[in-house]
Design a protein around this ligand. Structure first.
Ligand code: FES
Ligand code: FE2
Length: 433
């Protein structure tokens, strides 16, 4: 349970709020690169309650400015991309990507007045198929070299979806180890009495076999490592390791099983405002090139052209009670993000955590919130946000482990991870993502 004050502290992200300041200390994904191809019109965006416009110049470079022209407020997303910047339709003021006014064609003489104008502008960069913006103060840090961003293009794919709730609800859902046993449970094939071409059921079968797993948490320099150990019916021990990444990211094992290959997904939950957020997912297949066509086809059945879930509150998430009898626990098909959307959106846009009743199985959620609150406190005390990278030599993640695997008897999750890391460091495996 959180107090009303703590709840406000982690859920409010507008300009000047403590959590907003924390999130603005890191590069934040705001779009997938393919959503703004060369020649695309400028795109209005709201990020952390700020109204912005993103545009791509003829040379491919990007700029992000405040949406409203500093002259008399016209929406710049209707503007012309020309002469190395974005030109307002109303009186033709031209802005470059640093917010400098380069032209005021209706003003005689130009010069001093023009040079005084500084429009809101944030640095933008592309990496791993995503567009990142740095909306904080001072020198931007480095974008972390997570493998799901730096892997060759054939091994990753990025998606974005809009979800209707505060970003923390999504963050909590992604690192909550217990819910997979219920929300995402799929009946084993033999119980369904039919063949199933969706190998995603493989992990889901394990989730259902042990609904009360051992959860162990370790705080790391990049966030929180969560080890979830399930004891299966055949005596095997199935360890799933996920991570909370400062301040609004996660890594999760699961989606890659649709390809029956090794890998995992990286996530970010970026506030649009405090009642809506963007869920970014980077699927990273490690063993072979990713089947992008399959992932796109799968997604197009579930996500509309507006980048929103087709299953939503207005249609009661298209829940199928017949399906619930024999195929899935939720009656929401096999696409996990749609199931997650129901779980995180239905508590309301900003859940009041003073009303909740946490159990032992909520340990990961509790520890993630604690890490987040500590990070906010650290910043408010004048320190650097945790995990912010400025030294290229430190921008490596050998200890960021993400996997689901059977482990040997007698070892705890953290002990297995320590041994695995040791093997990676001594060059024995290529485990680190
Ligand atoms: S309002 Fe944009 S140039 Fe006048
Ligand atoms: Fe989930």
């Amino acid at each position: 349970m959180l107090s009303k004050e703590q709840n406000d502290l982690i859920t409010q992200t507008g300009p000047g709020t403590p959590c907003g300041q924390l999130l603005r200390s890191y590069w934040q994904p705001i779009l997938t690169s393919e959503e703004l191809p060369p020649g695309a019109p400028p795109l209005p965006l709201r990020i952390m309650s700020e109204e912005l416009v993103l545009y791509r110049n003829a040379d491919g470079s990007l700029g992000m400015l405040g949406l409203y022209c500093p002259h008399r407020g016209t929406d710049l997303s209707y503007g012309r991309i020309e002469d190395g910047g974005l030109r307002c339709l109303y009186h033709g003021w031209l802005f470059d990507a640093k917010g400098h006014c380069q032209d005021q064609p209706a003003e005689k003489g130009g010069g001093a007045f023009r040079d005084k104008i500084r429009h809101i502008a944030y640095p933008v960069r592309e990496m791993g198929g995503l567009v990142f913006a740095y909306m904080g103060e001072g020198e931007p840090p480095l974008i972390p070299n997570y493998n799901f961003l730096t892997a060759p293009e054939d091994y990753r794919i990025a998606f974005r979806v809009v979800q209707d709730c505060n970003w923390v609800q999504a963050m909590e859902g992604s690192i909550d180890p217990a819910h997979t046993s219920f929300l995402h449970r799929i009946a084993p094939k033999e119980k369904r009495g039919q063949t199933d071409a969706t190998p995603a059921g493989m992990h889901a079968d394990y989730f259902g076999e042990d609904t009360c797993p051992d959860i162990e948490i370790e705080r790391t320099w990049f966030g929180v490592r969560i080890c979830t150990l399930r004891n299966l019916e055949r005596g095997e021990r199935y360890l799933r390791v996920t991570n909370y990444l400062y301040p609004n990211g996660a890594t999760v094992v699961g989606a890659e099983t649709a390809q029956n290959a090794g890998g995992y997904s990286g996530r970010w939950y970026v506030p649009v405002d405090d009642r809506t957020h963007l869920r970014f997912e980077l699927l990273h297949v490690t063993d072979e090139p990713i089947n992008k066509q399959m992932f796109r086809a799968r997604r197009s059945k579930e996500i509309g052209p507006d980048n929103r879930h087709i299953r939503n509150a207005a249609n009661r998430y298209l829940q199928d009670r017949e399906e619930m009898k024999s195929e899935t626990f939720s009656g929401l098909g096999r696409y996990f993000p749609a199931q997650d959307a129901l779980a995180i959106e239905t508590p309301g846009a900003i859940y009041d955590r003073s009303q909740e009743h946490l159990g032992r199985s909520d340990l990961a959620v509790v520890q993630m919130r604690r890490a987040l609150l500590d990070a906010i406190e650290q910043m408010q005390a004048g320190g650097e946000a945790p995990g912010v990278l400025r030294d290229p030599a430190k921008n490596v993640f050998p200890d960021l482990m993400v996997f689901g695997d059977f482990i040997e008897p007698g070892l705890s999750g953290p002990e297995h991870c320590a041994q695995r890391l040791e093997r990676t460091r001594s060059g024995g495996t290529k485990d680190a993502p």
